[in-house]
Design a protein around this ligand. Structure first.
Ligand code: HEC
Ligand code: HEC
Length: 258
């Protein structure tokens, strides 16, 4: 076990960028008092480096997991915010983070080495592998499907716009051309065709020349019995991809149906 721990700790430390290391960090140099997953004698500096890795991977600050220190006399200098009681276990997020840490150490210590030859520190799993900047990692598809389920198609489109404005260009969500189309196809399969069409329409706002988006629109419109909309979408897809035989065949098939 202790070997796994040392390996994981080394890769966590590797993660923390020097800039963050300089910018943040716990007070003073006293050794940690309440380590239950990291080895008890881990130097504070190494813990701070791992913690900077946590905050960057989850897109949060220290107070996401550490509670405010109710007994602290003076407010923290410099970076603002009340001082935190790092040793306390009062926040649920800290407890979850411990379980996550154990899970990650199991993945890197037990499972990945079994896959063999190329496994090493550089491709080991870190918090970032799953969290990629989000406190609660989720694909865009799941986030949108959840919104459709909870409040309908309009709330899913609103959520997409909101997430796109906030996270575009980061690793948090996939805003590529196929992403909304896949979300739409999954919704269509789950009998949520109006929501699926709404998402495809939204995709065209960002990818106006996306022939596959029009093709999906045609298929879903057809499944909803709306032949007129299907033909219309198909013609647009063909205009963008005149040499796609699949689209031509589909148009012929639809035109034949009475
Ligand atoms: C995602 C949750 C999370 C975030 C964010 C986080 N920590 Fe931690 N922190 C933990 C966990 C979990 C432990 C306990 C590890 C263990 O039990 O081995 C811990 C332990 C510590 C300790 C050791 C406390 C002691 O005396 O035992 C310090 C110091 C610390 N964190 C500082 C920070 C700082 C500074 C930040 C911000 C840069 C930070 N943490 C951000 C989860 C977090
Ligand atoms: C194998 C993928 C995976 C890895 C690796 C991973 N996490 Fe998570 N984590 C998740 C998922 C998925 C959730 C969301 C669970 C949920 O929604 O209930 C989550 C949730 C959490 C939460 C709870 C968030 C909340 O607001 O309720 C914390 C805290 C957390 N992770 C911290 C960490 C830390 C710290 C690491 C690295 C030591 C880590 N995770 C590594 C997948 C992972």
């Amino acid at each position: 076990m202790s070997l796994f721990r040392r390996v994981s700790l080394a890769s966590l430390t590797l993660l923390a960028t020097p800039v963050l290391l300089l910018a943040q960090g716990g007070r003073g140099g006293e050794p940690p008092k309440n380590l239950q997953v990291f080895p008890k004698d881990t130097p504070r500096q190494q813990i701070t480096a791992a913690m900077n890795g946590f905050t960057a991977a989850l897109g949060v600050r220290c107070d996401h997991c550490h509670a405010v220190d109710a007994n602290a006399a003076a407010p923290a200098g410099g970076r603002g915010g009340p001082p935190l009681d790092y040793a306390a276990d009062s926040k649920e997020e800290k407890k979850v983070a411990r379980e996550m840490l154990k899970m990650m150490m199991d993945i890197n210590g037990k499972y990945l080495p079994l896959t063999g030859r190329t496994f090493g520190a550089r491709n080991s799993v870190t918090c970032e592998t799953c969290h990629h900047g989000l406190a609660k990692p989720q694909t865009l598809r799941s986030a949108l499907a959840g919104a459709v389920e909870a409040k309908g198609a309009d709330s899913a489109t609103a959520l997409y716009r909101e997430l796109r404005a906030k996270y575009f260009g980061s690793a948090a969500y996939d805003f590529g051309e196929t992403s909304l189309a896949r979300a739409a196809n999954e919704l269509a399969q789950a009998n949520q065709r109006p929501a699926a069409l709404a998402l495809l329409k939204l995709n065209l706002e960002f990818y106006e020349k996306s022939s596959p988006t029009y093709q999906s629109m045609a298929q879903i419109s057809l499944a909803s019995g709306d032949t007129v909309a299907a033909v219309d979408a198909l013609k647009k897809a063909i205009a963008l991809q005149p040499n796609n035989p699949q689209l031509q065949q589909m148009l012929q098939r639809i035109s034949k149906t009475p």
